[in-house]
Design a binder for this molecule. Structure first.
Ligand code: C5P
Length: 228
């Protein structure tokens, strides 16, 4: 990029698990014709790879080495549909969506060297005409210079219900009460970790999506970009 070039715009969409970030980010990216970064999938892929390698998730040095050597490829099917996540050559699209992988992702995400090792990979998604970046620290750390920032929230009960529906549709055996407990535990860990804790950027627009239909959330988020 030359000095006169404007930086590629980024819309950072952060929020806790089940706040609707995934769906909203996908629809907004499609509407704007921008690229999409699902940063949670990257953390999940590393959690998955570490689990497959039998690494103790509290062993920071081993998990960091694993992060540096794990090959993560996003493959969008030509006919549309869900993007596949290939981890070290294995299609782990479904495996990384389990709550076990979510918990593993959250455990490795507290390690500062892991977060640092993933910065370049995440930033490499910033390509013209723009990027919608979905995560926990998109607006605060990875794309702190993003011109557009949104923080999505919803009550823990509503987020657990949404997750329940998603996982059931995938045929996974889960109960609502277990999911609620897991979501609360994950939120607590994500919000209280020392590095890049889950919190809204000071310049983020906060949208509480409790009881709000997807179309309305999409309209609110698009308005942040279009009214700027
Ligand atoms: O968004 P998703 O539920 O897929 O993320 C899984 C976990 O990965 C989160 O609970 C969080 O611990 C971690 N994560 C993170 N920073 C991001 C995205 C995800 O720490 N930008």
């Amino acid at each position: 990029m030359s000095k006169s070039d404007k930086p590629v715009p980024v819309l950072a969409i952060d929020g806790p698990s089940g706040s609707g970030k995934g769906t909203i980010s996908r629809v907004v990216a499609e509407t704007l014709g921008w690229h999409l970064l699902d940063s949670g999938a990257i953390y999940r892929a590393v959690g998955y790879a570490a689990g497959m390698a039998g690494i103790d998730l509290s062993d920071a040095a081993a998990v960091t080495r694993c992060t540096e050597t794990t090959k993560i490829v996003f493959r969008a099917p030509k006919d549309g549909g869900e993007t596949h996540v290939i981890v070290n050559g294995h299609d782990a699209t479904d495996e990384i969506r389990t709550e076990t992988c979510g918990a593993a992702a959250s455990a490795i995400a507290v390690i500062p060297a892991v977060r640092a090792a993933l910065l370049d990979k995440q930033r490499s998604f910033r390509k013209a005409p723009g990027l919608v970046a979905d995560g926990r620290d998109m607006g605060t750390v990875v794309f702190a210079d993003a011109p557009y920032k949104v923080f999505l929230t919803a009550s823990a009960e509503e987020r657990a219900r949404r997750r329940y529906k998603q996982l059931k549709e995938k045929g996974l055996a889960v109960t609502l009460s277990t999911l609620l407990r897991e979501i609360e535990a994950r939120d607590e860990r994500d919000a209280t970790r020392k590095v890049a804790p889950l919190r809204p950027a000071t310049d983020a627009v906060i949208v509480d999506t409790t009881g709000m239909p997807v179309d309305e959330v999409v309209a609110r988020v698009l308005a942040v970009v279009q009214s700027a």
